[in-house]
Design a protein around this ligand. Structure first.
Ligand code: ADP
Ligand code: MG
Length: 398
């Protein structure tokens, strides 16, 4: 299934939103909704019974997983649980004590480490830019090793820096010490992408940043066209980061995988107490980010002809602000909630706008023209959210 990799679509940013939300429902048989399973393509990465022992200490134990092309696996867990060790065994920066790693069906132990690593982009925990190289020289390191033509390297470097919001005119000739932490981290990502490797390994790629910068860079990272087709393994200890970026999460503790699954599975079907407790502090925030609007539909008031006609009217009213944003059922409850609670535009309120202010609505517009529209208030949305969570939790307990 082509949709095995779900990507969050950003909202359109143009226009000022003033309170109505459109939810377009795709046809029932739409195959792109909720792709929780992985395509039966050959795995790009296959790890079997991987162990790494240090004298008197187990760093990684009996880890197995497979990764399909284009998938992002996040290795999540507390400090010291073995994430970095596991990641480094994938490109032979660390040799395993036992077990195997295959890339595209070939055991990495049978490949020259240098050759192997050229096909795998690697972003290390401490950024690790070469201090005496300029930004452009840092980005071009691997393509130069691969013997690419200087003109091609320059073109690629400029394109990547531009895409990572580092205008080459300003940044290409600067040195790492002249950059902020966030800028250095972006150069690190550009460097890993330079030779366009199909696989990317990233160890805490946003680790050195403050939370606000971190969230911003993460958003850019998620939307980077360049990364959409890559198979990625990303290490983090940050739960929110894991939920934002992962197709699947491997939650580790003491060198062992406690659970491997989609964010939805880890949150609503925890395999053991460790998994449950690991997400306890951020449970509500994660549920808001993880549940999608189509999961709330069964708990929303049924559509009536009356509300259908009044929504049309409502849509016309709000349209004049302009006020309508189209959301798909694949948007999260969090996204809908943020829009509906957004402060209003600073423009002087009109009568119509005041009318809007008194009633927050979600307008659910079916993409199929014949299907009825739904109109739902914010309290109704939140009530449906509570019911959806309750059902998911009781279904798991029983
Ligand atoms: P994480 O990345 O999850 O923080 P690491 O993979 O770096 O954890 O380390 C896992 C465990 O293995 C830690 O307890 C660490 O102290 C230990 N470890 C890592 N490298 C070595 C080493 N070279 N020698 C001995 N112990 C190590
Ligand atoms: Mg680490």
């Amino acid at each position: 299934m082509d949709g095995s990799r779900f990507k969050i679509q950003p909202f359109p940013t143009q226009g000022v939103f003033t309170g109505t939300l459109l939810l377009a429902t795709l046809p029932n048989n739409c195959p792109t909704l909720f792709p929780l399973s992985i395509a039966p393509a050959p795995p790009v990465i296959r790890v079997r019974d991987l162990c790494k022992y240090y004298p008197g200490h187990v760093a990684v134990q009996d880890v197995s997983f497979e990764l399909a092309a284009g998938e992002t696996l996040v290795l999540l867990g507390p400090s010291g649980c073995g994430k970095t060790t596991l990641l480094k065994m994938l490109n032979r920066l660390i040799e395993p004590t036992s077990g195997t790693v295959e890339i595209n069906g070939v055991a990495v132990g049978r490949q020259q480490p240098e050759v192997l690593r050229r096909g795998i982009g690697y972003v290390i925990q401490q950024v690790g830019l070469l201090p005496h190289y300029t930004v452009a020289e840092n980005v071009g390191v691997v393509p130069r090793l691969l013997g690419h033509a200087p003109a091609a390297i320059a073109e690629r470097t400029n394109a990547l820096l531009t895409r990572l919001h580092l205008p080459p005119k300003r940044f290409a000739h600067q040195y790492p010490h002249q950059l902020s932490g966030g800028q250095q981290q972006r150069v690190g990502i550009a460097r890993a992408l330079a030779a366009d490797p199909p696989i990317m390994l990233l160890d805490e790629p946003f680790g050195a940043l403050d939370p606000v910068t971190r969230a911003g860079i993460r958003r850019e990272f998620r939307e980077l066209e360049e990364l959409r087709t890559k198979t990625m393994v990303l290490v983090t200890h940050d739960v929110t980061e894991a939920f934002e970026l992962a197709d699947r999460i491997a939650l580790l503790n003491g060198g062992q995988i406690q659970q491997l699954g989609t964010p939805h599975e880890l949150l609503f079907r925890p395999a053991n107490d460790f998994v449950r407790d690991f997400f306890a502090a951020e449970r509500l925030a994660l549920q808001l980010r993880t549940l999608r609007l189509h999961e709330l539909l069964p708990f929303l008031p049924p559509t009536t002809q009356k509300s259908s006609s009044s929504t049309t009217e409502y849509a016309v009213i709000t349209n004049s602000f302009p006020a309508i944003r189209l959301l798909s059922p694949n948007h999260t409850v969090q996204e809908a909630f943020e829009i509906l609670t957004e402060p209003r535009a600073a423009a002087a309120p009109t009568d119509q706008q005041q009318a809007n202010d008194s009633v927050h609505h979600v307008l659910i517009a079916e993409s199929d023209k014949k299907a009825p529209q739904r109109q739902v208030t914010l309290p109704e949305l939140m009530a449906a959210f509570a019911q959806a969570i309750h059902q998911a939790e009781t279904a798991w307990k029983s």
